[in-house]
Design a protein around this ligand. Sequence first.
Ligand SMILES: N[C@@H](CCC(=O)N[C@@H](CS)C(=O)NCC(=O)O)C(=O)O
Length: 217
Amino acid sequence: MSPNLTLWGRKNSCNVQKTLWTIEELGLPYRHEPVGGSFGGLDTPAYRALNPNGVVPTLQDGDLTVWESHATVRYLAAAYGGDTLWRADPRQRAIVDQWADWTATTFQPAWINLFWLLVRTPKAQHDATAIAAAHARTLTPLRTLDANLARHPYVAGEELSYADIVAGVSLYRWFTMDIERPATPNVEAWYQLLQQRRAFRDVVMVDYAELVGRLAF
Ligand SMILES: N[C@@H](CCC(=O)N[C@@H](CS)C(=O)NCC(=O)O)C(=O)O
């Protein structure tokens, strides 16, 4: 089946970046509908019919509509990635899924909370105590990731998988946030490795100035 993809969502959303990086990694053609953030458009009946949550990303492939960023990534990997981004072997697949679910439930909520308190909240409203607590809560999963990456170069083993994509969208923000960063040499090596990929540079390493001091969306 050949792809007939439309991606809905602003490109400076970390969740949209997961879908977009996967599309670019697999070299798939796609149409882009910029919605969300300053583009708006999430509350229209037409968009809500696609995604009842009124958030981005939403992915369409012909008559299929999928939301939840990790589901979009898994769909693309299963449909067009062969055995690359998602593994066929159940034992390897379990490890890829493990790190992806950990990202959704543990790592991302921690770093996103810090990003909101530090970057999205206007400086005049900064709460130093809350920032320090969020910082500490981000370091715990980051150290888990660092210990994992001491064993192999990518999150789920020797090769890139979709777990690198969903976890890796955090990296540019983490390494550009104005905050103290304790040494995490294996995470830093992984960041360097991912920067060798055009898709990572183009999709993830993008300006987020529009989000600074902005709580509205
Ligand atoms: N669990 C959802 C979360 C989606 C989400 O919260 N998206 C945010 C952007 S990262 C959003 O749509 N915010 C409103 C906006 O951008 O206007 C997913 O992973 O797709």
